[in-house]
Design a protein around this ligand. Structure first.
Ligand SMILES: [Zn+2]
Length: 259
């Protein structure tokens, strides 16, 4: 079953690559046409489209025009394969397995689209809010009250931070996309997840920000106002929470209420 989840995860990762590539492009259908090379436009044969494996067999190049294929493709496939196996290991065959597989798939798409385009499509975040709340009625891990409160507090808290940042600096620090994304995370994981998700994503974002500034200094560039997307860090923080919430709650209790 673990191996089967790995294979199914890799296949869905292959589909997510198409979503990541086509969703931000206006008017591109996600289903048609089938996969084709962005270099020469030739359609990709099934034997060149095997998740993870084909990339290495083709040595990261198109069979026809030899254009380089991005590492992102096998990375997304491998990540989804590992997540699917890990989710099966954690939840076995239960509603939570499917619910959180959909959730992680949405987050992986958000990570890459936000990274490349600095947007989080409403199609994902808004339908994610509705879906997460709807599924809370069959999800043994989160009650509908926790999910509903997660939406309100998730969206509300980031909205307050964004509004006060704007009042102080007169610059937009966080987009509406991040607000809707945290509301979606609250819908799937419940309000209890929010303190950790906000805290861990801020730390990750700050580390990434400082790293970028230092790298730019070393290259001799003047450190300007580099915008980095916040969505990937929110997503990574909530995936951490999904897998390690017991340990995280234990740690928070121990930290704030030591005995
Ligand atoms: Zn090609």
């Amino acid at each position: 079953m673990l191996i089967l989840s790995f294979i199914v995860g890799a296949a869905i990762g292959s589909f997510l690559n198409v979503v990541i590539y086509r969703l931000p492009e206006e008017g591109q259908s996600i289903v048609f046409p089938g996969s084709h090379c962005p270099g020469c436009g030739k359609s990709i044969k099934w034997y060149d489209n095997i998740p993870i494996i084909s990339f290495f067999l083709l040595r990261a190049r198109c069979r026809y025009c030899k254009i380089k294929i991005s590492w992102q493709y096998p990375m997304v496939e491998l990540a989804m394969a590992l997540f699917a196996a890990a989710l099966f290991y954690r939840f076995s065959l239960s509603p939570s397995l499917f619910i959180y597989f959909v959730f992680v798939a949405a987050l992986v798409v958000v990570i890459f689209i936000d990274f490349h385009h600095m947007i989080i499509p409403d199609v994902i975040s808004l339908s994610g809010i509705a879906l997460g709340f709807g599924l809370s009625f069959v999800n043994p891990l989160v009650t509908w009250q926790q999910s509903g409160l997660g939406i309100l507090l998730g969206g509300g808290s980031l909205y307050l931070i964004a509004a006060s940042y704007y009042l102080v600096t007169k610059r937009e620090g966080m987009g509406g996309g991040d607000i809707k994304l945290l509301a979606m995370i609250g819908a799937f994981l419940g309000w209890q997840s929010l303190p950790f998700v906000v805290f861990s994503s801020s730390v990750l974002g700050a580390v990434a920000g400082f790293t970028i500034i230092i790298c730019q200094r070393n290259k001799g560039n003047k450190a300007g106002k580099t915008a980095i997307p916040y969505g990937p860090f929110l997503s990574i923080g909530s995936i951490f929470y999904l897998f390690f919430q017991e340990k995280i709650h234990e740690f928070i209790l121990w930290y704030f209420f030591p005995t």
